[in-house]
Design a protein around this ligand. Structure first.
Ligand code: DO4
Ligand code: MG
Length: 274
């Protein structure tokens, strides 16, 4: 079952059928058992075949979006390379091996683009990339209740110049995308789950890459445990789990590029670069 937001409504989808819901996303995320609640609606209600006329919004209410970093070997290597002139390489190797993960604040709803929306590159950045990541939906009690697709847009020249510039490299208007819907599932995603990214320029593939969740070094539940330690989220949160796909160092995003991220079982998140 997948949960969607469309024009300020919430909907649950199963087998191509859409069922309108009478609760906001915030209220749904706070439920004791969201999966059971949605299942009861799908079993009892008559579906609405709305799909053709629907456009989806970012599936976020008042949740904060956080992100984990350097959870894949590919990200560790890319970060060491980009920060070598600033002497930052050692930090990335250390955080890759440490018990404590790197966790950083990423966005609230107004910085988040939905499916078909526009992500942005910073006006003062010269080297920008999308980061395709599995996003966890976590309820206020710290339980993982769903999965969606996240794009952790990043300014690599700014984070590479000095690790203390990370918040500026990561957090700005249009720096995040989420969607299209949230797969509501309490069990983990299979390790074989494929994450793919394609970047199109003038309609032609400029970059494509893939990874699987098997390559992720850390357990999603442990990332959540660290995030919720001494830290409350009354509306729940999204946690992006890090990137395992990094375009080559001579690649930078341009205005007009299209970023397509696909995760098995969830769907495809497509965004244009403003
Ligand atoms: O440490 C910098 C950010 C890492 C990150 O965003 C990632 O690995 O996905
Ligand atoms: Mg990232």
């Amino acid at each position: 079952m997948k949960l969607y937001r469309s024009q300020d409504r919430t909907l649950v989808e199963e087998n191509g059928n859409y069922y309108p819901l009478d609760k906001s996303l915030d209220a749904l995320i706070a439920l004791d058992d969201l999966h059971a609640h949605l299942q009861s609606i799908v079993s009892a209600a008559t579906p609405h075949r709305l799909a053709e006329s629907l456009t989806f919004d970012a599936p976020i209410g008042h949740q904060e979006v956080w992100a984990a970093g350097v959870t894949y070997y590919r990200s560790r290597s890319a970060r060491i390379e980009e920060s070598k002139d600033a002497g930052g390489g050692d930090f990335y190797d250390r955080v890759y091996s440490a018990d404590r993960p790197e966790l950083f604040f990423k966005a609230t709803a107004h910085k988040v683009a939905g499916p078909g929306g526009k992500v942005r590159i910073r006006s003062d950045a010269r080297w920008s990339v999308p980061e395709p990541e599995l996003a966890l939906l976590v309820n206020p009690r710290g339980q993982i209740i769903g999965y969606t697709i996240g794009n952790d847009m990043s300014s690599r020249d700014i984070e590479g110049e000095n690790p203390l510039y990370l918040p500026q490299a990561k957090v700005y208007d249009g720096s995040c995308a989420l969607g299209p819907g949230i797969l509501i599932q309490t069990g983990p995603m299979p390790p074989s789950t494929l994450i793919r990214m394609e970047i199109l320029r003038s309609g032609a593939a400029e970059f494509s890459g893939s990874t699987t969740l098997r390559e992720m070094k850390r357990e999603p539940s442990l990332l959540v445990e660290y995030l919720y330690r001494d830290h409350s989220f009354p509306f729940g949160s999204f946690l992006l789990t890090g990137t395992g796909i990094v375009p080559p160092d001579d690649f930078t995003l341009q205005s007009g590029d299209e970023v397509r991220i696909t995760i098995d079982g969830i769907g495809t998140l497509t965004n244009q670069v403003a």
